[in-house]
Ligand binder design. Structure first.
Ligand code: KIV
Length: 274
């Protein structure tokens, strides 16, 4: 039985911190699911960490669906959220509903996420009215990275802080089941969290959010291009992989690998005519 949005909202009421991790493939999603993470986001960060794009902007619906299907196949308990890529929900509400439905019908996700506040609130409501749970995402919204002039903390002036609070309230009003706060100053994230009935999930937004989200490649030390300030590396898997690959090269060259246990035998008499 998978986590449900009402279970996630109960966790806020109970003061039980919520964890969300990204995953993009079958094997990793299976491990994350078995470890007990309630929410998995098939984030459009896959553009950078899986596909090598510079930003999330080029990511397409087809790429998202390809990865979301694999994540759903690998999981049993986590609630899977498909991240709606750039320009799949901004042009029209009809587009947004059609693309949100593709995450549910074709990939088997249980929810979708999209970026923006007041400006997308009507769209969020239309999608929720179709029966599709929506997670909001405000603060630093990576699909607008060029408009925002880079990865900057948002909401640092009185006006922009007020706008972010209004964005969060508009999403709640529109029926979003939770909202991601990305790169929002800790005191502002604390106020937004207190003002909302739905959970806030922070990334670079301090400890007072109802939950936290991390990009799995960052927290496992797998993505080596840069380490965001808000990341805590719980492992350095790139080093582990490099060392294992080095051992494989060395052992193959020296003949240590493969040994008899990695091969099979047969009656060699049968080969005498060859
Ligand atoms: O795409 C993503 O991984 C995200 C998280 C950083 C919240 O949107």
């Amino acid at each position: 039985m998978r986590f449900t949005i009402s279970k996630i909202q109960d966790m806020k009421r109970a003061g039980d911190k919520i964890t969300l991790l990204t995953a993009y493939d079958y094997s990793t999603a299976k491990i994350v699911d078995e470890a007990g993470v309630p929410l998995i986001l098939v984030g459009d960060t896959l553009g950078m960490v899986m596909l090598g794009y510079e930003t999330t902007v080029p990511v397409t619906m087809e790429e998202m669906l390809h990865h979301a299907k694999a994540v759903v196949r690998g999981t049993k308990q986590s609630l899977i959220i498909g991240d709606m890529p750039f320009m799949t929900y901004q042009v029209s509400a009809a587009d947004a509903m059609r693309n949100a439905a593709r995450f549910m019908q074709e990939a088997g996700c249980q929810a979708v996420k999209l970026e923006g506040g007041v400006t997308v609130a009507d769209t969020v409501k239309r999608i929720v009215d179709c029966g599709i749970p929506v997670m909001g995402h405000i603060g630093l919204t990576p699909q607008s990275i060029h408009q925002l002039s880079g990865h900057r903390v948002q909401g640092k002036t009185a006006d922009s802080a007020r706008r972010l609070l209004n964005d969060a309230l508009a999403l709640e009003q529109a029926g979003a089941f939770a909202v991601v706060l990305e790169l929002v100053p800790t005191p502002l994230a604390r106020i937004i969290t207190a003002r909302l009935k739905i959970p806030t999930i922070g990334i670079g937004a301090g400890p007072y959010c109802d939950g936290q989200v991390q990009v799995i490649h960052d927290m496992l030390g797998l993505f080596t291009d840069f380490v965001p300030k808000h990341t805590k590396q719980y492992a350095k898997l790139a080093d582990v992989i490099k060392s294992a690959v080095g051992d494989y090269i060395t052992e193959t060259k020296s003949g240590v690998f493969p040994s008899s246990e990695h091969g099979s035998t047969m009656d060699e008499g049968l080969l005498k005519d060859l």
